[in-house]
Design a protein around this ligand. Structure first.
Ligand code: PGA
Length: 230
């Protein structure tokens, strides 16, 4: 299983130094990927955890103030990068087209994208969840080569579940993951309020290939409990 950790805009430099020490003590056979804040990418040290970024520029290097380009990420040994997180789609108004450009830049630098897709509460209630997810995937992936497309890790993250403590039923997760896997040959992670308590239930979903964890990523002790139960 893949266990990907998204620190979001948390952990100062000193907090991260202590955090990465604790994280390195976690014992697990599963593949751990950590996406720290950009500034903490530089202070990442691990023999066993893969380094990810939380975002990348949709532009190549050059005159783009405040952006971080894919080749800069590569120079810091970043192996994975989250793209299309719903927080960015909402606050930074990221479009599916922009996300596609990010994915292309990542592949040009041998970085594996972790593409987040998912529906809002309203989209679920009006029966539009699959339609939204289909569009997010289509625009981001369909023009890639088959080889590249297959490498993308998809993270199904229902927006109403992120940071809220609300978890979809296993049947709801299975339905969406099946929909994705009928169209794409990819690994699919689940993300949204997953923790050491609800993992016993979540792990009954055969379609889940791993997890993308936000809140839990900040609590190494609880994280150890989570991976023990996987
Ligand atoms: P959460 O966040 O685990 O805190 O719900 C998941 C995410 O945003 O990737």
């Amino acid at each position: 299983m893949i266990v990907a950790l998204n620190n979001k805009s948390n952990l100062t430099k000193t907090e991260f130094e202590k955090y990465i020490e604790d994280l390195n003590k976690i014992k697990t056979e599963h593949t751990m990927i950590l996406a720290p804040n950009f500034l903490n990418v530089a202070n990442f040290k691990s023999e066993k955890i893969y380094l990810a970024a939380q975002n990348v520029s949709s532009y190549e290097k050059g005159a783009h103030t405040g952006e971080v380009s894919a080749d800069q990420l590569k120079s810091f040994n970043v192996k994975y990068c989250i793209v299309g997180h719903s927080e960015r789609r909402k606050s930074q108004k990221e479009s599916n087209e922009e996300i596609k450009s990010k994915i292309i830049n990542l592949f040009a630098n041998d970085i594996t994208p972790i593409l987040c897709v998912g529906e809002t509460k309203e989209e679920r209630e009006t029966g539009k969840a699959q339609e939204i997810i289909e569009e997010e995937l289509k625009i981001a992936l369909d023009e890639l080569s088959q080889e590249q497309r297959d490498k993308v890790i998809i993270a199904y993250e229902p927006i109403w579940s992120i940071g809220t403590g609300l978890i979809p039923t296993n049947a709801q997760i299975e339905e969406i993951n099946k929909f994705i896997k009928e169209r794409y040959n990819n690994k699919v992670l689940y993300g949204g309020s997953a923790n050491e308590k609800n993992i016993d239930e979540l792990k009954k979903c055969p379609s889940i290939d791993g997890y993308l964890l936000g809140g839990l990523s900040l609590k190494p002790t609880n994280l150890q409990e989570f991976v023990n139960k996987l």
